[in-house]
Design a binder for this molecule. Structure first.
Ligand code: DHB
Length: 372
């Protein structure tokens, strides 16, 4: 949707195919922390108005381990900040913008078969077969979408790490514990206090892989969360009924190259990061930054060079962010198979972080987002 909007502003037309309905897409709760680069890109796409009004600027966050906590002063360390604004809201703004511009979004399509060399896409709509002939196919169809598997296995390399736990997330109409986010490590596992507004909180706790949502009534969730927070934050936690609850598995995954013929991959179709640090949406946005520039110079000047270098440019930033998300996950989670040495290293890493401004700057620089 973002690419379609950016291309439209440059006079390049596109068609968006979506497997789900608009209501489904707009109802899904996703992460909520935007890098400055993402915010700037959304402004360039003409969808920054509500974000500017309703997004919360966060100049820092708290990081806690075993009851102690420390503030990471993002603006002091980097001169930058992040913006708390739900991915769901970004999606709503993009749907509204595409509709206002008369953009073509065909939803509830099935049997999507991209052909990178046609190029064309076969699909079905209300049971009837259809085909779109095009110049390029951009696979922004997520980890489970048909674009990546349409690339022959011999033409792609995939590297993966699966973590032995997931995140159980709860959205509740309660005031947040603090004005800033709290990332907390504890012997029982990781917990995160986030928010969407002054009245809407978003919380997560680490749970074992394969956990059943039915085993997590709200009371159990709140108890577990409270147990994992430093005492003074736990005492301030306001609980209430959950309005959304879901479990997400954790994985690091990269597929390269991000191009095959006239098919280009972007976002989760090519890479997944564990959610710690909220990089998934931001990485998808940086892919779209590179790809929109490349496509626009192709159509304006007939210049292929951006398209040819897209995969290398995007992957360079992807790998740095995969490293950061992996590092933050390792620092804050309880690994069931960790031995005494790895636990000691984790404690020592935290001690170093809270005692070294240089270490904090490394964290802050990655958290606010590496340059494009
Ligand atoms: C949120 C999600 C994250 O993964 C994160 O690191 C911070 C915030 C969220 O959903 O608010």
């Amino acid at each position: 949707m973002l690419l379609s909007q950016l291309l439209d502003l440059a006079g390049v037309s596109s068609v968006v195919l979506e497997r789900r309905s608009q209501a489904y897409v707009e109802g899904r709760i996703r992460a909520g922390v935007l890098e400055q680069g993402t915010v700037a890109l959304l402004h360039r796409a003409g969808v920054g108005e509500r974000l500017e009004r309703e997004g919360q600027v966060h100049d820092g966050f708290l990081i806690a381990a075993d009851g102690r906590y420390h503030r990471i002063d993002l603006s002091g360390l980097t001169g930058s900040h992040v913006t708390v604004y739900g991915q769901t809201e970004v999606t709503r703004d993009l749907y509204a913008a595409r509709e206002a511009a008369g953009g073509v979004v065909i939803d509830q399509v099935a049997d999507i078969r991209p052909d990178a060399h046609g190029p064309h896409i076969d699909f079905s709509r209300e049971g009837a077969p259809d085909r779109i002939e095009c110049d390029f196919i951009i696979g922004c169809d997520g980890f489970h979408g048909p674009s990546r598997p349409s690339i022959p296995i011999s033409a792609r390399q995939e590297i993966e790490r699966i973590y032995p736990f997931g995140w159980l997330g709860v959205l509740s109409e309660t005031p947040p514990v603090e004005r800033e986010l709290i990332y907390a490590a504890s012997p029982q596992g990781f917990a995160l206090c986030s928010m969407r507004s002054d009245r809407l909180s978003r919380y997560y706790v680490q749970v074992p892989a394969g956990e059943d949502l039915a085993d997590w009534p709200d009371e159990r969730f709140w108890e577990e969360l409270k147990d994992r927070l430093p005492r003074e934050h736990a005492s301030r936690l306001v609980t209430g009924p959950s309005i959304e609850k879901s479990i997400a598995p954790l994985r690091s995954f990269v597929c390269g190259p991000m191009r095959h013929g006239r098919l280009f991959l972007a976002g989760d179709a090519a890479h997944i990061v564990p959610p710690t640090g909220a990089k998934g949406l931001n990485l998808a946005a940086s892919d779209i930054h590179y790809l929109s520039e490349a496509l626009i110079s192709y159509y304006r000047q007939g210049d292929q060079s951006g398209l040819d270098s897209y995969s290398d440019r995007a992957l360079a930033r992807v790998w740095k962010t995969v490293r950061f998300s992996w590092w933050m996950t390792k620092l804050l989670h309880h690994f069931p198979d960790a031995d005494a040495f790895s636990n000691a290293m984790r404690r020592s890493e935290f001690d170093y972080l809270v005692s070294s401004e240089a270490a904090q700057r490394v964290l802050a620089e990655n958290y606010v987002g590496l340059p494009y």
